[in-house]
Design a binder for this molecule. Sequence first.
Ligand code: ADP
Ligand code: MG
Length: 504
Amino acid sequence: MGDNVIAVRGVSKAFAGVQALHDISLEIAPGEIHCLAGENGSGKSTLIKVISGVHAPDAGTIEVGGEVFTKLNPREAIANGVQVIYQDFSVFPNLSVMENLAMPAELASSRPLVSWRRMREVAKQALAKIDVQIDLDEMVGTLSVAQKQLVAIARALMSDARLIIMDEPTTALTRREVRRLFGIILDLKARGIATLFVSHKLEEVFEISERFTIIRNGKHVITCLPEELDRKSFSTYMTGREFDETRFTPELSDTAPVLEVSGLGLDGAFDNVDLALRPGEILGITGLLGSGRTELALALFGALRAETGEIRIDGKPVRLEGVRSAIAHGIGYVPEDRLTEGLFLERSIGSNIVISEIDSFVSSLGILDQRKADAEARRWVDELRIATPDPENAVNTLSGGNQQRIVLAKWLATHPRVLILNGPTVGVDIGSKHDIHRVLRDLAAEGLAVIIISDDIPEVLENCNRVLVMNSGRIVSELDPAVTGEHDLVALMSEDIDAAAKGE
Ligand code: ADP
Ligand code: MG
């Protein structure tokens, strides 16, 4: 089979004590967009490093450019058209865009003098190839993540690439930047250049890939076409666990709303927001970045002060003077960026959990009842299945999914009646994501009122019993997930409502 850009056959690789890859095979056709999917630690980066000649495999072969290698070196990989965009992009922050792009070729040439004019021309052409404009004289260190990535891609394309490998390229990108990246990948395809796209994000894998390979614990699980798998079996292949994909339906008695909002407004953020939430409900609020969804959440938590309208708890108007008064009224908030907003990373797991209710473990003499606090921390560690040998360990020893559970535990320990979660599973792997959803449904079943703010569309459709769509600061629609398709929701989120209003 000489018609692959690359064929990996039976590759194994062990590091001291860890079998990172076990008998992996993978073939990529010219121009194919192939996705390599697997949970964190499944061996994706190691496989890439074998393909690109960084690691020599213990067994197996790599066929590239019509030649079969038992090990490649990086130079041979590049000579055979294999280019890797690593997670850190391997760009030089202290050099300009032009130098990053043109210096390698300039240095490799045997010309005795560096020509800045020639370098500028080379760099310009490199960016033009992917149709992006970045100031050639800007220091790469000051560029955004997306721009650094574009520089890395442009650089990769300067030599004759036949396969571009991207290791988790969308991790730090916004939705719009992901769109642009996908556009570039499709462009490359049109020019016959294949992409191996590494990801553990289900949405992306289904959207961009023509074929995918899933690995788990260093072993090949399946290679197939997107239409041959549904999301449920994809998750199962990734994690080795079965998940139920049922939609959430609340068991509502005719209880009165715990939280009501009418005419809530904050200039420049949101306007005329009405909503009501009963115990046991999970309400979704979705919208694009800038739709006002985060500001609304912060106003409901007292972190931003609404200028107009009213918030009622149990039918009584309340003034949320700040976060403390929101907590006192039984409102909890799990922030979007758990790492900066939600946790003391250096402190122990246990102290992070009990910190927001520390008062209840302090006697009237001001003495902390450590045993009681420890017991409460342990209870939540068990309840939320936080994977740690010891609650005394620092939070930064945990994975992202487990850190997110700690944030949750911390708020649940305050026994809130309304829990607002902003992007509860951003950056969390599939297994933890399901666990978090399960916990939220269980909590709702026990009578907690939950608001999930998220632009992860399957997340809101599967886990909420109602979904409010925000667009340009206004709630434009209330949807029943049971009868709403993903495409309808996306259309409502991204509709240009200002233009539509003008057209009337
Ligand atoms: P992924 O990219 O899918 O998250 P990796 O390929 O980085 O996974 O890691 C797979 C496994 O190999 C992990 O258990 C990781 O700890 C281990 N591993 C990766 N690189 C090394 C290394 N250089 N030395 C020792 N262990 C490693
Ligand atoms: Mg990796």
